[in-house]
Design a protein around this ligand. Structure first.
Ligand SMILES: [Zn+2]
Length: 155
C-alpha cells in the first residue's frame, strides 16, 4: 500500500516510498514516512488531503494520446507543479509512446529548448532538467522500438 497526500498549502503531492524515507512537501508542512511495516503522516489534519486512486478504463487511442500531448504542451516552459506531474505520468505509461506520439513530443521539446535558448521562455532550472530527462527517455524508446527520428537532435 502506498500512502499519498496533497498538501493544501503548496499543492505538492507526496507519497511514501516504502523504505522509510522521510518525504516532505515543498513547504514542509506535511510529510510521509512509510516502510513495509507501517506508515505515518506528519502534519496537521487540516493541512493535507489524502488521495485515493480510483480506476477507470481508458482506451489508449489517438484521442487519449492527443490529450497527453496537450498536457505536455501546457506544462512545457511553465512554472507549475504540473510539469513534474506530466513527466511522471508519461514515464509511467510507456505504452502511450507510439511512433507518432514520440515524434510530436520530441518536436515540442525541441521548440521549447529553442525558445528557452532564445530567452522567449524563462523557467526554473529544475524543470529544465526534468524536460531533458524526458527527452533522453524518449530517445531511448525511439532507439529500442526503432522509430524513425533521424530529424530530431538532442538538445
Ligand atoms: Zn506543503
Amino acid at each position: 500500500m502506498t500512502m499519498r497526500i496533497r498538501c493544501k498549502h503548496c499543492n505538492t503531492i507526496i507519497e511514501g516510498d516504502g523504505k522509510g524515507t522521510y518525504i516532505t512537501c515543498k513547504c514542509k508542512k506535511c510529510a510521509i514516512d512509510e516502510t513495509k511495516y507501517y506508515w505515518r503522516i506528519i502534519g496537521n489534519i487540516e493541512d493535507f488531503e489524502e488521495i485515493k486512486d480510483e480506476y477507470i478504463n481508458i482506451k489508449n487511442n489517438y484521442v487519449f494520446q492527443d490529450m497527453i500531448i496537450g498536457s505536455l504542451r501546457y506544462a512545457l516552459g511553465r512554472r507549475t507543479y504540473s510539469s513534474d506531474e506530466t513527466i511522471d505520468f508519461i514515464m509511467e505509461h510507456k505504452e502511450i509512446i507510439t511512433e507518432r506520439v514520440c515524434k510530436v513530443m520530441l518536436r515540442d521539446l525541441k521548440w521549447y529548448f529553442e525558445d528557452r535558448r532564445n530567452g522567449i521562455i524563462i523557467d526554473d532550472t529544475c524543470d529544465f532538467e526534468s524536460w531533458i530527462k524526458l527527452q533522453n527517455w524518449l530517445f531511448d524508446i525511439a532507439k529500442e522500438k526503432k522509430y524513425d527520428i533521424m530529424s530530431y537532435e538532442r538538445r
